[in-house]
Design a binder for this molecule. Structure first.
Ligand code: HEC
Length: 243
C-alpha cells in the first residue's frame, strides 16, 4: 500500500513537471546567459525599433564600397547615350582579353555562341530564339551599348548586374567587341601598352571605385585608391613615397 502511494506520488510529480511544458516555447533554460544574447540580434524582432526589426535598410543614397552608380537610365535615351559616349576604362591587354573570354564563356556563350554569332547551345536546341549576331549591322553595337545591355538586360536577355562586377562587365565587353570585329573580319586590334611594374587589375579599379578612405573622407584626386586589402593600399602608399 505504501509503495503504491509513493509510486502514485512520484507519477503525479512527474506529471506536474511535464504538464507545464509548452511545445511552442523553449524548454527550461538553466543558464539563460548561454542561450540569450545580451545585445540585439541582427535579424531579431524588437519593439523598440521602427518596423520592429533590428536590421535596418541602408540610408537613402548610400553607396556600397567598391560600387559605383551607373549614370545611364534604363530608357531608350539612356541606351543611345551610353552607346555613343561610354567607353571601356580597362586597357585592352592580352590578360584582360583572356579573362573576358572566360567570363563570356560562363555568362553569355550559352545564348550568343562561342563566336558571338548568335548560335549558342540554347539556340541550337531551340530553347531560345532571336539571339542576334554581334556583327548585326542594324544594331551596330559599341562598347557603351554592350555595357548598357549587360547592366540592364534587353527584352529576353536578363540583366547581368547582380552576377558580375563592374570590372567583369568591362572585361566581357572587350571580348564581345573582339568577337564583333572577328565576325566582320576587321583588323586585329593591337594590345595596349601597360607598364608591367603596375598591377593592371588594381590600376583599373582606381577609376571605378569611389575615392573614399576608411573614415569616409574624400581623398584628393592625386592620391589613388585601390580596391583590395589594407596591405594593398599601404603598398600603394609606399610606391608613391618611393617615387
Ligand atoms: C538567355 C540568353 C542570353 C544570354 C545568356 C545573353 N544574352 Fe545577350 N541577348 C539575348 C537576346 C534574346 C538578345 C536580343 C534582345 C532584343 O533585342 O530583343 C540579346 C542581345 C544582346 C546584345 C545586342 C544588344 C543591342 O544593343 O541590340 C548584346 C551586345 C548582348 N546581348 C550581349 C550579351 C552579353 C555580353 C552577355 C553575357 C554577359 C549576354 N548577352 C548574355 C539573349 C542572351
Amino acid at each position: 500500500m505504501k509503495s503504491l502511494f509513493t509510486k502514485s506520488l512520484l507519477f503525479l510529480l512527474a506529471l506536474t513537471a511535464v504538464s507545464c511544458f509548452d511545445d511552442s516555447r523553449p524548454n527550461y533554460q538553466y543558464m539563460p546567459d548561454m542561450y540569450e544574447p545580451i545585445p540585439y540580434e541582427a535579424y531579431g524582432e524588437y519593439d523598440v525599433f521602427v518596423n520592429g526589426q533590428e536590421a535596418k535598410l541602408p540610408a537613402e543614397g548610400s553607396v556600397p564600397r567598391g560600387w559605383k552608380p551607373y549614370e545611364y537610365e534604363n530608357t531608350q535615351e539612356g541606351y543611345q547615350a551610353a552607346k555613343e559616349e561610354l567607353t571601356n576604362p580597362l586597357p585592352y591587354t592580352e590578360e584582360n582579353l583572356a579573362t573576358g573570354r572566360q567570363l563570356y564563356t560562363i555568362y553569355c556563350a550559352v545564348c550568343h555562341g562561342d563566336e558571338g554569332d548568335g548560335q549558342g547551345i540554347l539556340v541550337q536546341r531551340e530553347k531560345i530564339l532571336g539571339i542576334p549576331s554581334y556583327d548585326d549591322a542594324g544594331r551596330d553595337i559599341t562598347e557603351g551599348s554592350v555595357y548598357h545591355v549587360m547592366y540592364y538586360g534587353l527584352n529576353a536577355m536578363g540583366s547581368y548586374a547582380s552576377q558580375t562586377s563592374i570590372n567583369d562587365r568591362w572585361l566581357i565587353d572587350h571580348y564581345v567587341m573582339k568577337l564583333k570585329n572577328d565576325l566582320q573580319e576587321g583588323e586585329e586590334r593591337a594590345f595596349d601598352e601597360v607598364d608591367p611594374s603596375e598591377d593592371a587589375g588594381n590600376q583599373t579599379m582606381e577609376n571605378l571605385v569611389p575615392a573614399v578612405n576608411a573614415e569616409g573622407d574624400q581623398v584628393p584626386e592625386d592620391q589613388p585608391v585601390t580596391r583590395g586589402s589594407q596591405e594593398n593600399q599601404n603598398q600603394g602608399q609606399q610606391d608613391q613615397n618611393e617615387n
